[in-house]
Design a binder for this molecule. Structure first.
Ligand SMILES: Nc1ncnc2c1ncn2[C@@H]1O[C@H](COP(=O)(O)OP(=O)(O)OP(=O)(O)O)[C@@H](O)[C@H]1O
Ligand SMILES: [Mg+2]
Length: 519
């Protein structure tokens, strides 16, 4: 039943309910993407589990999100339960063997897995705007912020770096606007408020270093199995935008980092996108277009993307058209929208003369699905009514103790546990501010000692080098000391940006389709 180059999904049934034939997913078409849909409780997660198992056994690393905690059991050996054995007998899976899979648990919050982080810089303006649900005006400001940081060599690692940069932009809106485009102070303010909300939701943990290395989700074990990265997403799902944006960032990282490989014998990585509707739910058109583009292009990097969602209408048509391997579990058809979903799902299959797709979709039992995969030269196989195999790993969650044990022996244990706070925009801007403030203090003292030397209306900022072009016009003499310091911070940062921009012409960072950094 297990064959080289193929992954066993289950066994299809004839109209008289006898076994028809085993249904496989061909590994060489594993990068041609896939779709798993079905109403709640129809068997999507189990299907995801057996697909992940199959890929892992074939040496393909897998990344998936565990939305309800019930997928974690893939890291534990399965148990002979009556209903599972019954399914195995029914489809002729003999012997029904149990197996434990090499799992790496990840968690943005660092509770149920190794910490996953990225930096603001790496995430880029497009995804950050999406994360903050930014208006067009705010997005404009975010784009300018990245322009300043990318060109000026100000590393944006965590939320406080971004806050510092926004402060600086707010204070220098008019000067910067002439150079980078219009910066509305109101927009800066609202982005800052959004950032505070994100921080309160725990997103600050997600931004910083060490950032996740893509090579760590592409590991294989010594015995040649692909590691299955399981992202704990139960808590994350309470912030659906963060969840969606994070997975998009992963996708865009994979796209930017991995080399072209054409169509390999088997995928380099398979990426399951559970609750995929969150990705497209009122996403701006430009983002949907970019996602479509990434999905299309990432195939030749050997990455298969599998969307898992309740309703096939959740996925835009342009994306849907690219998903070659399909497992359609039961759908209900009470409301007009549900009926439309059934029709859409049925229409996308290569019909089988033995049955009416639309009718059967509403009659499928739990763990039963309409299956069509790519075959031959890459054409979809005729759709078959299929009983999905039972998993070899545990159905249901791991215990807390099991999770700890798996984390302790994980190949990335210890690599991501500690925050690493290197010098970045916040420190740079603060240090310059401090320096400038000290300089200002000195100057004030000097002025007190010999008032006549203060006659000139121009002055240089000590501590920023004598090579500065003839000093910029002096800031208005502020009355309060704090005000004075603020002005100086702005001045200092402005100079630093201007200088780095000048010295870095031609080596500004380049961003890819989804706005993350090009390597
Ligand atoms: N292939 C299968 N073999 C045996 N039992 C299955 C299979 N698929 C599903 N089941 C049974 O159906 C139950 C529900 O399946 P599953 O959790 O995969 O549904 P789901 O579609 O992911 O639901 P939800 O949308 O609520 O997450 C499982 O706990 C299991 O008991
Ligand atoms: Mg599920």
């Amino acid at each position: 039943m297990l064959q080289d180059g193929k992954l066993y999904i289950g066994t299809s049934r004839k109209p008289d309910d006898t076994n028809n034939k085993p249904e496989y997913l061909e590994l060489k078409f594993g990068n041609r993407h896939g779709l798993v849909t079905g109403a709640t409780g129809t068997g999507k997660t189990v299907t995801l589990q057996i697909l992940a198992e199959g890929f892992s056994n074939a040496g393909v690393p897998v990344f998936c999100a565990d939305v309800k905690g019930d997928l974690s059991g893939i890291g534990a050996i399965g148990e002979a339960k009556d209903f599972l054995q019954k399914r195995a007998d029914q489809i002729g899976l003999a012997p029904y063997e149990f197996q434990q899979f090499p799992v790496i648990f990840w968690d943005l919050y660092g509770e149920k897995g190794h910490r996953v982080r990225t930096t603001i810089s790496e995430m880029g303006p497009l995804l950050l705007s999406r994360l903050m649900n930014a208006t067009d005006a705010q997005e404009g400001v975010i784009n300018i912020a990245f322009k300043i940081a990318d060109q000026g060599g100000l590393p944006l690692l965590d939320l406080k770096d971004f806050q510092a940069l926004l402060n600086y932009m707010g204070e220098n809106a008019s000067t910067l606007s002439s150079q980078f485009g219009f910066i509305s102070k109101a927009s800066v303010g609202s982005i800052q408020r959004e950032l505070l909300i994100l921080e309160q939701q725990g997103a600050e943990q997600f931004f910083g270093e060490p950032a996740l290395k893509i090579s760590d989700i592409m590991r294989t074990t010594n015995d040649g199995r692909g590691a299955i990265s399981v992202l704990a997403a139960d808590k994350l799902m309470m912030n659906p935008r963060l969840y969606g944006t994070f997975l998009l960032w992963m996708l865009s990282e994979l796209f930017e980092v991995l080399p072209e490989v054409g169509d390999p014998d088997k995928p380099k990585l398979v990426f399951f996108f559970d609750e995929a509707h969150l990705l497209f739910n009122d996403a701006p058109k430009v983002l949907t277009e970019r996602v479509e583009q990434v999905v299309r292009l990432i195939r030749s990097k050997g990455v298969g993307v599998y969307f898992v969602t309740q309703n096939p209408l959740d996925v835009p048509e342009t994306v849907l058209a690219q998903l070659g391997n399909r497992v359609q579990h039961a759908l209900r058809a009470y409301t007009p929208r549900e009926q439309k979903a059934v029709k859409t799902a049925a229409d996308t299959f290569r019909p089988n003369p033995d049955f009416n797709c639309a009718e059967v979709i509403t009659q499928l039992g739990t763990g039963e699905a309409l299956v069509s995969t790519l075959e031959g030269k890459g054409a979809p196989s005729m759709v078959e009514r299929t009983l999905v195999r039972p998993p070899a790993s545990r159905l249901g969650p791991v215990t807390e103790a099991e999770r700890r044990e798996i984390m302790n022996v994980s190949p990335v244990a210890g690599l991501y546990d500690e925050d690493f706070d290197r010098e970045s925009a916040y420190e740079i801007l603060t240090a310059r501010a401090k320096k400038a403030a000290e300089a200002a203090q000195k100057q004030a003292e000097a002025q007190e000692a010999s008032p006549q030397s203060s006659g000139g209306s121009r002055w240089t900022l000590p501590g920023f080098g004598d090579d500065e072009p003839a000093a910029q016009p002096a800031p208005k003499q502020p009355k309060a000391r704090s005000g004075y310091q603020r002005e100086t911070v702005a001045e200092a940062a402005m100079k630093s940006v201007a200088r780095t921009v000048a010295s870095s012409l031609g080596r500004a960072l380049v961003r890819g389709i989804l706005g993350s950094l090009r390597r």
